[in-house]
Design a protein around this ligand. Sequence first.
Ligand SMILES: *[C@@H]1O[C@H](CO)[C@@H](O)[C@H](O)[C@H]1NC(C)=O
Ligand SMILES: *[C@@H]1O[C@H](CO)[C@@H](O)[C@H](O)[C@H]1NC(C)=O
Ligand SMILES: *[C@@H]1O[C@H](CO)[C@@H](O)[C@H](O)[C@H]1NC(C)=O
Length: 767
Amino acid sequence: MHGILIITTFAVTATVAAAVCNNECNWNGRCIKNNCQCFQGFYGNDCSGDCGCQGYGRCASDQTCLCADGWKWNPTQHKCAWDCQCMNGESCIGPGECGCTLKCKYGACRNGQCVCWEGYKGVDCSQYDSSIMMNKDVAVGMNLGGISYYSSEVKFVDVHKLSQQWVTERDGRHDWNTNEQDTLHLRADGYPASLEPGQKLLQLMFRGFGPHEEMGNFTALYDGEGIIDFGLTEEHILYDGKGRMVVRMPKIGSGGFTLTIHKTNPKNPLRNIRVLIPGYENVYDRFPFHPAFLENLKRYSELRFMDFLSTNGHKPEPTTWADRNTPDSYTQEGSRGGAIEYMIQLANTLGANPWFNIPHAATDDYVKNFAQLVKQTLRPDLKVYLEYSNEVWNGIFRQTKYSREQGLKLNLDSQQWKAGQIYYGRRSAEIVDIWNQVFGSDKDKLYPIFAWQTGYKDYYRQAVAALGDKIKKFKALALTGYFNCDQAADKHAKEIVSMSMSQIQDLCKKDVPDMEDYLHYYLNMSKSHGLQLVMYEGGPGVMESGAIAHFGQHTQAVTDKAIAFNKDSHMEQPIIDIMDTWFKLVTQDPSNKSPGGLFNYFSYTSTPSKYGSWGMLEYTGEDPKTVPKFRGVQRFITDHYKSNPLGPKCSFVKAGALAYGCFQQTTGVFKCGQSDNNGRSWSFYPSFNQSQGEFLVLDGYNPKTFSLYVRLTDTMGANSYYVYNIRGMKWSTLQVFRYYEEEAAYDLLPRLPNGVYDNLDAHAHCA
Ligand SMILES: *[C@@H]1O[C@H](CO)[C@@H](O)[C@H](O)[C@H]1NC(C)=O
Ligand SMILES: *[C@@H]1O[C@H](CO)[C@@H](O)[C@H](O)[C@H]1NC(C)=O
Ligand SMILES: *[C@@H]1O[C@H](CO)[C@@H](O)[C@H](O)[C@H]1NC(C)=O
């Protein structure tokens, strides 16, 4: 698995020079106590000798390179090159990894086979089949969390994308931050073009998450020349190459870890730094999202990127297209929001309609470019929910103040709140016009929504009235769908501290008639304008509201109880009740056909605090079967969308003449086994314990370790992870992170895409 790592002590390759480090050791080593300590693959007093390792091997005695696993020495080029034996003349696409014969149309290549996006099948992933999608017809969406170095929602396997913005430091000074950000010379991608002597840049990452992640060997990759290191955790550099480091972090605490840039060569500055979670070095560029992040999103038909794009307080003002973060940016964190490219890629991968919030101060040109990028790269079956900013009535947000300022400037009204309301409607409509122009004949894919404050019906009515005829530009009104158990942590704050969980649960019953009441009102309102209804955010909101309204002010015992209730099994039923209420009144109303009628849960993952327990999961990779909020939502989906698959009916891997597979043998009973005659006969592995409705999915086979990677997906769509060793003939279980880490290793043969089972499917009755 980790054969690619080569450990040597520095003494083997480092040549210690007597003099000071000339020319920064030619940027091929570290200057330590005035001596050059060469990077692996370099030699000489000043490290000017290059063995051609390029980060994947070490110098041999003849100054060629002993290349790492997956690489071989190329004498003509005097360097290590990818090494793979491919069968059908495909070329290498990575160390030890063959490319695909055909271009993967809606997917990405992995070890010679296309891995398709959800809903696509066939050898090149070109066939669309919505019946294989877990989110088919599901009118439930999910709000994703924001991007930050302390978020427990680990979206990317490259955690550098989630790192903090630069902290500046100086040699010899002990300040955590010397606050020199404004005087840094930064490139367009945010990396430093140069640093002053003694000046350092630092970033935190993985803060608050470390204790949840499996630890191990992280790989850091970078382009350009310079000196970086890691800190704040127990770390050991196993391999110190130029452009590539392998760092063992056996234990990452809640503080996370730091990356520090000590030097950068102004002629070839450090850039494109990647810090990869153990296991993903060979796949991160084609499969950037953390598989544990993806897996619990597969049943949602829509993803709202409000926090992902840092919609609240988005900066700068105005927001131009050049201001945005791109996949090349030094971090995806900050008030510019994550790259639009990643939002599209995530929607494409999961087959979920994206919901985009346009930043409040976006220029027309930004809006136009945003629309063009979506038009060009979003997969054809998806629709786009479009909203201007977020909650532009909510006084805690900058966008609300902004729209009031703009409204006053344009003399839309003399009262600021009214001026803001009119401005919001006007700008929303302009943004819809721009998207419609860009989409042209495809504009039916757009689903513009108008949102105002659900809790104040008449205020909402006025906002719609102020739009006049422009209301026709929208397809839906959007509402919230929060419940707070009769304001348990506010109105009943004194009582709940001593209440049992079931007593608190009783309080939640009052939320159903409250919701029915406002839904009747808004159904009438939307219908009278010929519009649909959708929810932009909803779910449990049991918390002390004062903490948000009054800068963290709270009562510890009440907060503790609210958090405990959010985690308690008594949370499961109230969620189902509220979702059922919405479903019966809104989703099932004939006027709200898809993409209307959506229940949009807020939000996917976050750590509970006095500011609320908003995350359905507390951290990426948490076992969802143990989480009542997850259970409630998933039970709702399972009950209402019974015929949706929870996995493929058959999953096969071929390794030479042998095929391995898991498939439904008799109704409801899945089996795994192997076949050497295209599936005419199977020898089955020891039986697998499963209940009615559960799926077995064979994700891949590692021929080096004889391991089959098999997931059991239960009726709520939650997985358990198994490995079957075909030599030892034994099942064992794996923890989620470990399963995906091993599965990402380049040795693994992926599952054949649906629809290319050759004769296997006929014999296993897959069709
Ligand atoms: C890290 O790499 C070393 C050296 O290859 C290896 O011995 C060790 O098992 C690896 N650690 C983990 C957690 O995989
Ligand atoms: C429904 O809406 C119409 C027009 O907007 C309004 O006149 C009527 O009073 C509403 N009915 C209810 C029950 O709210
Ligand atoms: C199935 O259950 C039996 C008895 O509890 C157990 O010994 C066996 O390991 C289980 N198999 C799997 C694949 O979990």
